[in-house]
Design a binder for this molecule. Sequence first.
Ligand SMILES: [Zn+2]
Length: 106
Amino acid sequence: MVVQLDQQLLDILACPSEDHAPLVVGTPGDPDADFLTCTSCHRAFPVRDGIPVLLLDEAVELSAAGTPAGTPGPSGTSGPAPAVDPTPRSQPRPGSGTPGEGSSAG
Ligand SMILES: [Zn+2]
């Protein structure tokens, strides 16, 4: 479920931490998550019934992967599949070699 918040509301919302940084919808790992992520301290605040819970006690510190740890995800997240590179392989070369007789008696 995508968080539906007015842009004006997002403008006035700020991180309750001391950085007071603006918030963005979703998390770096899941833009559709019901979270508001601080752009400074990267805390994720849950959005319950369309109401952002901007409490440090409720905040979830995102891991390096950008996903909140310890919280059950609302929906399965599927990342982009890595591209498969065709492995270059050497083509079989035709056998080069001319059988010849180099000995001649003259
Ligand atoms: Zn913050």
